[in-house]
Every structure is written in C-alpha cells, then in structure tokens.
Design a protein around this ligand. Structure first.
Ligand code: ZN
Length: 293
C-alpha cells in the first residue's frame, strides 16, 4: 500500500441532491507524513493521531468560519494526548504525547478515560468550545456523540489511518432540511460497507461510485490540504512576555539563553539576554508586571 499513484491531499465535498444529506471525503498522504515527521511516534499512536487529524479536517469543513478547529483528546492511559488542528484554508498540524509504553488497541485501551475537546477559534468573534467524554468503541463514535450534543445533527464519520495514509468520510443531514429516516439509514448502511483498504487506496470519485452508485451525487470542487505549522517567533515572544520578566530572568541566570522548540514542527526558537531585553523595552507589559511585584 506504500507506493500507490493516486491523487491525495484534498478534501472533496459532495451532496446527495434529493436526500438532504451532505458528505465530505478526505484523503491525505504527503500532508499527513509531513505533519508527524518531526515527532517520534510508534505506529499505533500514528494510527490514532491520523484518525484524529481526519476528524478535525472533516469537522472544520462542516462549518463556515475563518480560523482554526482544534481537536484535543486527553486521557489517563498510556496515550495521553492527541491534538489535531485544521484551518479554514485546509492547513493542518498534529501533536501526540504518550508515556512510551503504548500498546496497540482500541481508543479506550490506549487512552483510558478522558475527554474530547473541540475548540473553534474564529478570527472574528469568541472562541467556541465543546466537550464530550471519550466513550465509545472508537473516535468516530465519540464524534457522532459530539455532533448530536452540540448541533443536534445526525452525523457519521469513518476514520482510517496508517503510517502512510489518512482518509475519512463524513455524512451529515443538512441543517433545516431533514432527510427522511429511511433515506438516511440507507445511505449509512451503504457507507458502512467501506473498508480501511478501500479508503486508504481509492480516490474519492471511485470510492463514491462503489458505495453509492444508485444515488445522485453532486461533487464540489476539490480543496487541497497541506501541512503548515502556525508557530512563529512573534507568538513565542508573546508567550514569553506573558510569563513575565522575573521568570525569564531566572532562566537566563541559569542558562544564558531561553530555548523554545515548537512541539508540532520542532522549529527551534532561541532568545539571548539582548533578545529578552528588547522584548520588554518600551513594552506596556513591563509596567504591568512591575506593578504586580
Ligand atoms: Zn511549529
């Protein structure tokens, strides 16, 4: 499955025109591999992280917004954290943390009990946050619960990933346009026949044809997906300023410089005493922090 020449790294939206059901297909290869390449993750963690990434992209494409959707799963098992971020312009980044003893298994076997937090950070307006517990046999069940609770919309997702590919399918009732129960159930029964092998190897159109060849499906334009970390020197500087001058001083006295590595892309940021001085020179934060101490 490693060297299949198919078009990947795009999101495809589609619509069952007569049924009031919309869908999204996602197939990632290069963007998925680039997203995790600086993180040393075992294959079973990669599988779960890939599924989380697919879920985040599919979810971000169900809403109209400018900003990013962050899916964060936290548990008390050996796999501690999964983070997947997807922006409105279809850039992605991921992060996983484990205690080094992860064994392959179901989501709850690997993560224990915990919760899934969905944060939508919009460039305009307040951030939105929705939380569901990590219950269910896999992440797709957790996502189904999330949509039912947060949007009261029937939604189903199918998520698949291995070290090379990550792919998924989302089906959702159109808001305000209830599909008939039998139509929805028929579509779900058909979609449930999809296999991991098919999802990770076929292109969208072929996939849809296999699953829904008797249905009228309208395809929208393909949207390219790419890896892009949103870290920047400016953002790190803001974090440092928020830590306060005293805290930074004490680090500088030990090490002479402050080093910060981005956990997503491993980009290295280094600040010496002069850099730190210039962060605070003329900054309003200086007077704030001195007032506090
Ligand atoms: Zn980064």
């Amino acid at each position: 499955m490693n060297t299949i020449l198919k078009k990947t790294d795009y999101l495809q939206r589609f619509l069952f025109e007569d049924l009031g059901v919309r869908g999204e297909w996602l197939g990632l290869q290069l963007s998925w591999q680039e997203s995790k390449q600086k993180q040393n993750l075992c294959s079973s963690v990669q599988e779960k992280l890939g599924e989380a990434l697919v879920a985040a992209v599919l979810m971000s494409a169900t809403i109209k917004f400018e900003g990013s959707l962050i899916l964060q799963a936290q548990g008390n098992g050996s796999l501690k954290t999964l983070v997947a971020q997807a922006t409105h312009d279809r850039t992605i980044r991921v992060l996983a943390r484990d205690d080094g003893t992860v064994k392959s298994g179901s989501l709850s076997e690997m993560m224990g009990t915990g919760r899934l937090v969905i944060t939508i950070e919009s460039e305009k307006g307040e951030p939105y946050q929705g939380i569901v517990s990590l219950e269910g046999k896999d992440l797709s069940e957790v996502i189904t619960t999330y949509f039912l609770q947060s949007e009261q919309l029937q939604t189903r997702v199918w998520l698949f990933a291995n070290e090379n590919f990550a792919a998924g399918l989302l089906l959702q009732e159109l808001p305000g346009q209830e599909s008939s129960k039998t139509d929805w159930e028929r579509i779900i029964v058909l979609a449930n026949t999809v296999t991991k092998q098919e999802m990770l190897t076929l292109e969208c159109e072929e996939m849809l044809h296999r699953l829904f060849n008797a249905e009228k499906v309208r395809l929208f334009e393909q949207e390219p997906v790419s890896f892009k970390c949103t870290c920047s020197k400016k953002k790190i500087e803001n974090t440092l300023i928020a830590l306060g001058r005293e805290e930074l001083e004490s680090i500088l006295q030990e090490k002479n410089e402050i080093n910060v590595d981005c956990e997503f892309c491993a980009e290295h940021y280094s600040f010496d005493r002069v850099d730190i001085e210039s962060l605070f020179s003329g900054s309003v934060f200086e007077s704030n922090s001195s007032r506090h101490h």
